[in-house]
Design a protein around this ligand. Structure first.
Ligand code: AVI
Length: 320
């Protein structure tokens, strides 16, 4: 009885959460993707790490190689005593590339919503770079933030790798860039990795790998909704689909219904006809010109841009 009451309480709280409200709104009009952060529960984060290792997903490998090849030039732009502020947990190889190349950095501030992922990453960095002051910040970096006091003495260098900026809508990306400018301050620089639009087969393969990890990553959203919002999705009733939307310059992930179906989430009923889709993610691809225009619209200037030719991927250094 007590256990039942507890789980009843948990459900009552969860159906009122931001996640519940956003998902209910999305399911009523699933032609627009929900916030990208909902794909990253613990299992979603694990599956994304697996995606990065697939043969087809060129983004991570290409960006790491590019960062390595330009790391000395990048380091030359970082002042002594600066703080590196990373949007994301910083458990990646790319963080190590920048920290290895720039021993003049005195502080490292990873910003991450998951406390466990953040603490793990922070501990790893503390162990490897004993000269660094590591100041982790548990927060959703899409909301307005303030840097911890101890990270405010030197210059700030933002770091947002992985083309994660492509998962925002154009308006969301602009809003993020504006709020990052407020957070990092007037004299900051900001290193951003972004993917470049390219031929359709390369793009589609990257989001529909042969081993099916991206399919599992996509369907994990339904699994998460079932667990956290009392949903009754049958993930096997959906096909994973990756589509290049050339007009919008974005890769899209969808879950396409294999049959007419009705499902329930957070106490609401929804239905979907066979062949109709739930749009689960956008991943915008840029040209150097479109990226430069976007950052300019948010008050930043492009200082440098390094581009890998094949497959095309860019690392930009922007400043005030
Ligand atoms: C995290 N983000 C940049 C990835 C992307 O490429 O948009 C997420 C992803 N979705 C499917 N595969 C990878």
């Amino acid at each position: 009885q007590k256990q039942w009451m507890l789980s009843g309480l948990r459900l009552a709280r969860d159906v009122d959460s931001e996640f519940a409200q956003d998902i209910v709104k999305w399911l009523a009009a699933p032609q627009d993707a929900p916030k990208p952060k909902y794909l990253y529960d613990a299992e979603g984060s694990r599956l994304f790490d697996e995606i990065c290792k697939t043969r087809e997903y060129y983004l991570t490998k290409t960006e790491a190689a590019l960062l390595k090849s330009v790391s000395a030039e990048l380091s030359a732009t970082i002042p002594t005593g600066a703080a590196l502020v990373e949007f994301g947990s910083g458990s990646s190889e790319k963080t190590h590339i920048v920290l290895d190349a720039a021993p003049q950095l005195s502080t490292y501030v990873p910003i991450e919503i998951s406390p466990t992922a953040l603490e793990e990453a922070a501990q790893e960095i503390r162990t490897k770079y004993s000269h660094l002051r590591v100041v982790p910040l548990v927060a959703d970096f899409t909301t307005a933030l303030q840097l911890p006091h101890s990270a405010c003495s030197g210059a700030r260098v933002g770091f947002f790798p992985g083309s994660t900026i492509g998962n925002f809508s154009p308006a969301g990306a602009k809003a993020f860039l504006r709020s990052a400018r407020g957070l990092l301050g007037d004299d900051a620089t900001f290193i951003i990795g972004y993917d470049i639009a390219k031929d359709e087969p390369t793009l589609v393969a990257a989001y529909d790998d042969a081993t099916g990890v991206t399919r599992d990553f996509n369907k994990n959203l339904l699994v998460r909704i079932n667990r956290e919002l009392g949903g009754d999705f049958d993930p096997s009733a959906f096909d994973h689909r990756a589509v290049w939307n050339k007009a919008e310059s974005r890769m899209e992930m969808h879950l396409v219904g294999r049959r007419d179906q009705t499902f329930h989430v957070a106490g609401r009923e929804f239905s979907l006809k066979r062949g109709e889709s739930l749009h689960t993610e956008n991943s915008y691809k840029f040209t150097p010109e479109s990226f430069e225009a976007m950052v300019a619209g948010a008050g930043w200037t492009t200082l440098r841009c390094w581009i890998n030719e094949a497959p095309k991927f860019a690392v930009a250094l922007i400043g005030p």
